[in-house]
Design a protein. Structure first.
Length: 217
């Protein structure tokens, strides 16, 4: 049984998410603040975390995510009442696997979580291929992208998008198609996620003096 931490200061939301996840067979632990979740995480790491961004106290959701990313690639799905682009971008930069704005459908949250687990299971066995696009090299077994000897410090979502582009060089895709093919969602509600990811990947490739580039048409 997969274990999921639900961290939200709103009791009704915690219990609603708990109810839906338990119906799907997940083991669920709920926390009213980030500090309590951090203590539990230090004791035993769950399989995934549903994490509210805005919570009272010294540690909010973003700070907890930073703490977790020091030692773990645990799948984190952010939920937030704020639908500001800066919050979505910051969450993705910290390595969140997904981002949902409140109010959201609990069913959609469950579907997205299942999709994350499915994607992780399908990528758990190293394929061993090495992809080359000009001076960009992607090692699938290591889930690593390099330009020359310089490793690009990619988040999980950045790697997934760049890897998809490397598999399909010189082909144009719509944002909606990328979301469906890579993350297996019919939609994310906001295709600007793709623009955010491409912007950050380009910046990291420029820093590494890459000749390969992502072209928007």
């Amino acid at each position: 049984m997969k274990r999921v931490f639900v961290v939200d200061d709103e009791r009704n939301i915690r219990e609603l998410i708990r109810s839906y996840l338990e119906k799907e067979g997940y083991g669920v632990e709920v926390f009213a603040n980030a500090a309590a979740a951090a203590d539990a995480f230090a004791y035993q790491e769950p399989d995934a975390m549903i994490l509210d961004i805005m919570m009272p106290g010294k540690m909010d959701g973003l700070e907890l995510c930073k703490l977790i990313r020091q030692t773990s690639e645990l799948p984190i799905v952010f939920v937030s009442a704020k639908d500001e682009a800066i919050d979505r971008i910051l969450g993705l930069e910290l390595g969140a696997y997904d981002y949902l704005s409140k109010p959201f459908s609990p069913r959609e949250l469950v579907v997205r979580l299942k999709t994350i687990f499915k994607r992780m299971e399908s990528s758990a066995v190293p394929k061993g291929r090495i992809l080359y696009v000009q001076d960009l090299m992607i090692n699938e077994a290591k889930r690593e992208a390099k330009v020359g000897e310089r490793i690009l410090p990619l988040t999980n979502n950045e790697y997934l998008l760049l890897h998809f582009f490397a598999l399909h060089p010189n082909i144009s895709f719509s944002r909606e198609h990328l979301i469906e093919q890579i993350w297996h969602y019919d939609h994310l509600g906001d295709t600007r996620m793709i623009d955010d990811l491409i912007k950050r990947i380009r910046k990291k490739m420029r820093t590494a003096d890459a000749q390969a580039e992502i072209v928007t048409v």
